[in-house]
Design a protein. Structure first.
Length: 222
C-alpha cells in the first residue's frame, strides 16, 4: 500500500512540475489591442499547425555539437528553440549552446520571461546575478562565483546577470530556459544603443557622471 502511495505521489509531483514548466505569462514584451476588425490574428505564442500535417521533423533539430552564430564579441551560439523545433510551441522551453573565447565578457542582461539553468561543458566561467540585499532593501547584493566543467548554476527570472570566461581556453555552456520566448535584453545596448535614445540628461543623472562621459560611452555603440 505504501509503495503504491509513493508511486501515486511521485506521478502527481511530476505532473505538477511539468505544468509549472509551461509559459504562464505573455510571450512578447507587449501586445497592444487593435481596433481594426481586419487585423491579422496574433496570439500568445504561434498559431498551431494542422495536426494532420505534423511530421517527426517538427520535433527535431541538430547542430548543437557546435556554435556558429555570433552573439556578441567573442561568443557564438546555437539554439534549440521554437524557431528550430516547431513542436516546442506552447511547451515553455528553449535550449541554447554558447561558446566563449578566452576573456570574453557576457554583458549584463535580463531574461524577462524565464529562469535560466546552465551547465558548464568546458572551461571556467565567472557568472553571477544581482538582486536586492535581503538584509538591507536600500542596497544590492551580487551572487557570483567561478564555475568549471560539470558545474550547474541557476539565474532567477528577470534578474540582471553577467559572465566572464576566466579560463585559459574556450568555454562552453548549455542553458535551458522555461519559456519559448525568454527574451534577451542586454543592459548596455538597451541604455546606449536604443533607436529612440534615452536622453543624456537622464543617463548622466542616473549614473552620476558628466554628459561627456555618456556621449563617449554612446559613441562605442554606434
Amino acid at each position: 500500500m505504501a509503495f503504491h502511495l509513493s508511486i501515486t505521489l511521485a506521478i502527481v509531483a511530476f505532473a505538477l512540475s511539468s505544468a509549472y514548466a509551461y509559459d504562464p505569462s505573455p510571450l512578447q514584451d507587449f501586445c497592444v489591442a487593435s481596433n481594426d476588425p481586419k487585423a491579422t490574428i496574433f496570439v500568445n505564442g504561434r498559431v498551431c499547425k494542422d495536426p494532420k500535417l505534423v511530421t517527426s521533423d517538427d520535433f527535431f533539430t541538430s547542430g548543437l555539437n557546435t556554435a556558429k552564430t555570433p552573439t556578441f564579441a567573442g561568443s557564438t551560439f546555437s539554439a534549440a528553440s521554437i524557431n528550430e523545433i516547431p513542436g516546442l510551441n506552447t511547451l515553455g522551453l528553449t535550449l541554447i549552446r554558447n561558446d566563449f573565447e578566452p576573456d570574453t565578457v557576457t554583458p549584463p542582461h535580463i531574461h524577462p520571461r524565464a529562469t535560466e539553468l546552465a551547465l558548464i561543458l568546458e572551461g571556467s566561467l565567472y557568472f553571477g546575478f544581482v538582486t536586492t540585499d535581503p538584509s538591507d532593501r536600500t542596497k544590492n547584493r551580487v551572487y557570483a562565483k567561478t564555475y568549471n566543467a560539470g558545474d550547474v548554476f541557476v539565474i532567477p527570472q528577470g534578474l540582471i546577470h553577467f559572465g566572464l570566461n576566466v579560463g585559459s581556453g574556450n568555454a562552453t555552456t548549455i542553458a535551458i530556459f522555461n519559456s519559448q520566448s525568454p527574451g534577451f535584453n542586454f543592459v548596455p545596448d538597451s541604455l546606449f544603443r536604443s533607436n529612440s535614445s534615452i536622453s543624456d540628461d537622464v543617463l548622466s543623472k542616473s549614473f552620476r557622471v558628466d554628459k561627456k562621459v555618456i556621449k563617449q560611452i554612446r559613441s562605442q555603440f554606434s
